[in-house]
Design a protein around this ligand. Structure first.
Ligand code: G3H
Ligand code: 13P
Ligand code: ZN
Length: 310
């Protein structure tokens, strides 16, 4: 079974009320941890790389790893470009066999975002590649304050409706109060669920939650116990994640949780075995830690057993 496109996995997820995990990778071990978990759970999975990952590893390596991973997995695997900021990167990804791309022009004026996204949809759909786009800028909402600032960065549902209708995108990422990284909330974690509900109603297509890592306290504590200094973290709690899925989130972007698990695993090995220098003994357990994290996320997203491929 080769790679499938985003639409293939998200339409079913939306109909059945679960979400597909979209996991970022930058190297072989992370990818193997993700795939091992998805295969074990028989869950569809989206593997994605940012422009930064492409710069780090090279698109040829990443695409070849992804193709190899998907070939014998027996589950639906999507290879997605995450946060494609430049048209050239998007085209490059399509040429390298990515089956889905995000055109992220969310930092540009609405009309410009709309026009470039429309162009990408036109080209991508000719070769059966799906397209995701975003409106609003990701920032945290803080319990107490500056509603003005925070509101300004969230998606406008009426604009979302016009954007989706005009561009023909397959998936849409509304900014509803999450942020990337391990420090998402200052006060009580809160997402703008009413806004999400309104966007779901007005757009009628699968929605994507960026900045959706859970940042588990036990993983952060483990990293800190083995020498990290990561303080004041806050992620999206599982109950809030489940509510968001009920309201239309079908793709859940997760990077930070994997970075934390992987590095905590490396730190543990190096601390417990200061004599170690065989990479397999150091990266192997870190790969297992990624697998455990992904299995946990799949459980929360409700996607176990949902892969159509076998
Ligand atoms: O938005 C996705 C990532 O968490 C940021 O990844 O450092 O590879 O750009 P990056
Ligand atoms: P996290 O930083 O919450 O993992 O978000 C990742 C993401 O949105 C990738 O696009
Ligand atoms: Zn993101």
């Amino acid at each position: 079974m080769g790679l499938v496109n985003l639409r293939t996995v998200l339409v079913k997820a939306r109909e059945q009320g679960y979400a597909v995990g979209a996991f970022n990778f930058v190297n072989m071990e992370m990818l193997q941890g993700i795939l091992d978990a998805a295969v074990e759970a028989h869950a569809p999975v989206i593997i994605q790389t940012t422009e930064g990952a492409i710069e780090y590893a090279g698109i040829g390596y990443l695409a070849a790893l992804a193709r190899t991973a998907a070939e014998n997995a027996g589950i639906d695997v999507v290879l997605h470009l995450d946060h494609g900021k430049h048209l050239e990167t998007v085209m490059h990804a399509i040429r390298h066999g990515y089956t889905s791309v995000m055109m992220d022009a969310s930092d540009r004026p609405f009309e410009e975002n709309l026009s470039i996204t429309k162009q990408v949809v036109h080209i991508a759909h000719m070769v059966n590649v799906s397209v995701e786009a975003e409106l609003g800028r990701l920032k945290g909402i803080e319990d107490t304050l500056r509603v003005g600032d925070a509101q300004a960065s969230l998606v406008d549902p009426a604009q979302a409706q016009a954007f989706v209708r005009e561009t023909g995108v397959d998936a849409f990422a509304p900014a509803i109060g999450t942020s990337h990284g391990a420090f998402k909330f200052k006060g009580i974690p809160r997402l703008d669920m009413e806004r999400l509900e309104r966007v779901a109603l007005l757009t009628g297509i699968p929605l994507v939650l960026h900045g959706a890592s859970s940042v588990p306290a036990d993983v952060v504590s483990k990293a800190n116990a083995y020498g990290a200094a990561i303080k004041g973290t806050a992620g999206v709690p599982d109950d809030i994640m489940k509510q968001a899925i009920k309201k239309g989130i079908c793709k859940v972007n997760t990077d930070t949780d994997l970075r934390l698990s992987f590095t905590a695993g490396i730190r543990e090995e190096l601390t417990k075995h200061p004599e170690a220098f065989d990479l397999r003994n150091i990266l192997g357990p870190a790969r297992q830690a990624v697998k455990a994290m992904v299995l946990n996320r799949i459980e929360v997203f409700g996607s176990a057993g949902k892969s159509s491929a076998s």
